[in-house]
Design a protein around this ligand. Structure first.
Ligand code: FDA
Length: 410
């Protein structure tokens, strides 16, 4: 029987941060992962360059049953803390877009850095190994693993979410939470492309590859507007605008897209179009093209066919009234589309839902049900926006748990 102060299950972003911090505090830490490759999610993140944090992170950048839960951990370990760590390791990085920080070279820089931090904490690597069974005798956790039996005073679950099962995602963390009496929040793919049924999508299928900046919003009442790029695909919609909206999308409800290039709402855009139409001598279809100079041609002709059909298209635009302009404005500034589904966990970047925050202490990530049991990272019902927020949550929740365990064992 190998005895440790802490066993961390899952050597991903949150697990490595937690193990390193606990080990560097003098604790005997085992870090177990079933995958033969280390930190695969980190490796494929950010297009291979890992968008490892964002310069501005608050709890407002997260969604879940209680987004305020993330606040304490995020305050304990800020983006600047991680940036300092990255700098100490001499990793070159740059800011790309909206505060998103990426490695200049490869995501491996971050994986190697975290592995070195674990080694500095004398973390006992235990991989590729898996856990068959976990029990708690009121004092210690007993683990039956493929590396033999282990026991520990604290157990940290950092097995992540369900996206990309091909690289080792499992529902282990959710099952373990259930075993110990934790409530689960229904999970679903988030930051994921949205799909439409073939018949409904037929008018748009020729637009595959078209991209443009838009404002997007999911269907939930709390959904914010995102200013990002939209991408038409063969099966539906993608691009950052739709990935962001997907995290706030409820099945059976439409998402809203403002393609006008104007920040105001539909009403303001309608007034703008009416004013521009008045007194114009242009033919309606040419006039519409002038109003939307940022639109790719293919998009423009699809929209003209839908919202400005013959004989309207060839009339003088000044002859069109509110009756014709209002639906046109709505189709541009308030396009509501009803997805039939998502591309699923194969293509999702994160899982929404997971271990309910109601049963966890926000400052420490410790279970309210079983002392010494911790849940960190994506397995918890805290889901970040696109832009480095999910890694910041992984670092911050891992740090919070490690320091709570250090305090508890001091
Ligand atoms: P993570 O998934 O990193 O680690 C979980 C670990 O647990 C894995 O090593 C896994 O093998 C192990 N495990 C699972 N089940 C196990 C079991 N039964 N037994 C043992 N081990 C087990 N975020 C961001 O902020 N910026 C970005 O650029 C991106 N980009 C991005 C791209 C793509 C394609 C995806 C899929 C995701 C992203 N993300 C992202 C999201 C980010 O990768 C994710 O939120 C974090 O990796 C979550 O960290 P965790 O440590 O919680 O899980």
């Amino acid at each position: 029987m190998q005895a440790f102060d802490v066993v961390v299950i899952g050597a991903g972003a949150a697990g490595m941060m937690c193990a390193a911090q606990a080990g560097q505090g003098g604790l005997r830490v085992a870090l177990l992962d079933h995958s033969p490759k280390l930190g695969e999610k980190i490796r494929i993140s950010g297009g291979g360059r890992c968008n490892f944090t964002n310069v501005r992170v608050t709890e407002d950048n997260f969604v879940g049953e209680n987004p305020r839960f993330a606040r304490h951990a995020l305050a304990q370990y800020t983006p600047q803390h991680f940036i300092d760590l990255v700098k100490r390791h001499g990793i070159a990085f740059h800011e790309k877009h909206k505060g998103q920080l990426f490695c200049d070279h490869k995501s491996d820089d971050i994986i190697n850095m975290l592995a070195q931090e674990c080694n500095a904490g004398r973390v006992h690597w235990c991989r590729p190994h898996s856990v068959n069974h976990v029990a708690h005798n009121g004092q210690r956790f007993q683990l039956d693993t493929t590396a033999g039996p282990m026991q520990a005073r604290s157990l940290v679950v950092a097995t992540g979410g369900l996206p990309v099962p091909a690289i080792g995602a499992t529902d282990f963390g959710l099952r373990l939470a259930k075993q110990f009496g934790h409530a689960l929040v229904d999970h679903r793919p988030a930051l994921v492309p949205l799909t439409f049924n073939a018949e409904q999508w037929a008018p748009f299928s020729a637009l595959a590859g078209v991209a443009l900046p838009v404002r997007s919003r999911g269907s939930e009442a709390s959904a914010p507007w995102f200013d990002e790029d939209l991408l038409f695909t063969h099966r539906g919609l993608s691009g950052p605008a739709v990935l962001q909206a997907s995290s706030y999308w409820q099945s059976g409800h439409p998402i809203t897209l403002n393609l006008s290039g104007q920040p105001g709402g539909c009403e303001a855009y309608q007034q703008q179009l009416l004013a521009a139409a008045q007194g114009s001598r242009a033919q309606a279809d040419n006039w519409l093209a002038q109003q939307l100079p940022h639109w790719p041609k293919r998009l423009l002709s699809t929209w003209q066919a839908m919202h400005l059909p013959e004989p309207l298209a060839t009339r003088k635009v000044a002859e069109l009234g509110k009756k014709q302009i209002a639906p046109l404005a709505r189709g541009i500034a308030q396009w509501q589309v009803l997805p039939s589904g998502t591309e699923g966990y194969k293509k999702a970047e994160v899982m929404r839902g997971g271990v309910s925050t109601a049963d966890l202490q926000p400052k420490t990530m410790e279970s309210r049900k079983v002392p010494g049991l911790y849940f960190i990272g994506e397995v918890v019902d805290v889901t970040g926006w696109l832009g480095g927020y999910n890694f910041q949550w992984a670092w911050a929740s891992g740090y919070a748990a490690a320091h709570a365990i250090r305090r508890a064992m001091a």
